[in-house]
Design a binder for this molecule. Structure first.
Ligand SMILES: Nc1ncnc2c1ncn2[C@@H]1O[C@H](COP(=O)(O)OP(=O)(O)OP(=O)(O)O)[C@@H](O)[C@H]1O
Ligand SMILES: [Mg+2]
Length: 448
């Protein structure tokens, strides 16, 4: 249906279906650019004793991949359990939560529990249905072998392997507890328990698990998630607009892909704003104009979660009004590769050329400001890199917000040589044109 034909209610609902800035993607249809990783997860789910650990930077799409893979695996059987870790989560409390959730699955209750009366189960054999529902697993599971036994019994109630997503293992504060996951995984394999685990977390957590039990490596399919590829970024945009019959010019969707810096959250956010702008625009709407795009950037900045925008605000709201350009210059600190002040200063000089007659800081003053960006009162935006004198982004996802703010003020920030190469390949393939996007930046004067 064309965008003009929606009433506000049904439009809002449809927008929420096609973009999801505030929650993970749950379906294959909306998960873009993760086909290879999905295949690997699926193969691991078939293999007895193998479990999955998805790791990567914050916001890169770990929960979305885990949830989509689990949903896809379970189909309509509904055998998928989702657990979010908290600082006080332990291996045993996790198993207790799984057991409680599994019991509450209606299929389990209705079909199977009666049959268990004859079987020699430790937990379920002698209990009536109502008693089983009331088992307090937190009290019952006293050690790892109790836990493994419980999972083994539970798994037998399900026709397919029961899949459990354990999200954000890195939130567990006790390192010793994280290390216990290695033992847990080992025993799952040794006892041939048909419960499959998909964990998500940051690389650091994985090291803690693997470091404590080398043979756990065989039990884990480890999947590193990198930033979303160019084409996956714009597929989110094109797909969502297409659902309303709206076209978008290549230059605009590539621009959105660029601003996102590979973090899908920003693509979802900008497109959500764009859709509402188009909905409000009078007359027949069939394509996105540059004005719509620039307005969407403004609105996206207003809605960006405070958690992301706060470090930026802290950094630029200083007595001297020259920090924002310095923050923009930090964008050359790519991923985990540290960058030296002199590289950022080169970028800074390029930025200042776009800033009219604003006073340019000399290298000494610039360096002092960069060092300040390590402090809490100034974000922090940066972190010390591995080598002395090098800097990296503290929160990688902030890079997208930095790009949004620069875009709002019509400042062109660099992208890395590797990203440019990737983009060249992708735009040529997608548009069958030898003119890569970046030779056509949006013209000045398009802005409101
Ligand atoms: N492959 C994808 N295709 C489309 N959208 C995605 C994809 N992956 C993630 N998203 C979207 O990106 C945002 C962040 O995704 P998600 O919550 O899965 O990331 P995360 O790595 O788990 O983040 P966090 O570290 O904060 O938990 C969400 O808005 C989600 O809808
Ligand atoms: Mg997550």
């Amino acid at each position: 249906m064309a965008i003009n034909n929606y009433d506000r209610q049904s439009f809002g609902r449809k927008v929420n279906e096609v973009v999801s800035p505030s929650h993970p993607v749950l379906s294959l249809e909306h998960l873009k650019g993760r086909e290879q990783q999905l295949k690997r997860i699926q193969q691991a789910l078939f293999a007895t004793g193998r479990n999955v650990f998805i790791y990567g930077e914050r916001g890169v799409g770990k929960s979305s991949l885990a949830a989509t893979a689990a949903n896809d695996w379970c189909g309509e059987h509904g055998c998928y359990i989702d657990i979010s870790c908290a600082p006080d989560t332990t291996v045993l409390s996790m198993i207790a939560t799984i057991a409680t959730q599994a019991i509450s699955k209606s299929r389990l209750k209705r079909k199977k529990i009666k049959n268990t009366l004859q079987l020699g189960y430790k937990w379920f054999s002698f209990k009536r249905e109502s008693e089983i529902e009331n088992i307090n697993f937190n009290n019952e599971i006293k050690n790892l072998s109790d836990g493994i036994e419980t999972l083994k019994e539970l798994s037998e109630f399900f026709d397919d392997a029961l899949v459990v997503v354990v999200d954000e293992v890195d939130r567990i504060s006790d390192v010793e507890e994280i290390e216990k996951f290695a033992d847990f995984l080992k025993q799952l394999g040794d006892k041939r328990v048909e419960v499959k685990f998909i964990f998500t977390g940051i690389a650091h957590t994985l090291d803690e698990i693997l470091g404590s039990h080398r043979s756990a490596i065989r039990q884990l399919e480890t999947i590193e998630l990198k930033k979303l590829s160019w084409d996956a970024r714009w597929e989110i945009a094109i797909g969502a607009l297409k659902a309303f019959g709206i076209d978008i010019h290549r230059d605009i969707y590539v621009r959105i892909a660029l601003i996102s810096d590979g973090y899908p959250y920003y693509v979802h956010l900008i497109i959500e704003k764009l859709l509402w702008i188009l909905f409000e625009r009078p007359g027949q709407v069939s394509k996105v104009e540059w004005d719509d795009y620039h307005l969407a950037i403004e609105h996206a900045i207003d809605t960006t979660s405070a958690e992301l925008s706060r470090p930026y605000e802290k950094a630029i709201n200083q007595r001297s009004q020259d920090y924002e350009e310095v923050v923009w210059a930090t964008i050359v600190a790519e991923d985990n590769i540290g960058v030296y002040t002199k590289n950022m200063y080169e970028q800074y000089l390029g930025i200042m050329k776009q800033c009219g007659d604003k006073e340019v800081l000399d290298l000494k003053k610039f360096s002092a400001r960069i060092r300040n960006l390590l402090k809490d009162d100034y974000g922090p935006i940066l972190f010390n890199g591995l080598k002395k004198g090098q800097y990296v982004y503290k929160e990688k996802m902030l890079r997208g917000y930095v790009r949004l703010r620069a875009e709002q003020q019509n400042i062109e920030l660099v992208i890395s040589a590797k990203e440019i190469d990737d983009l060249k390949n992708k735009t040529q393939a997608a548009a069958r044109s030898d003119k890569a996007y970046f030779s056509h930046p949006p013209q000045r004067g398009y802005r409101r």
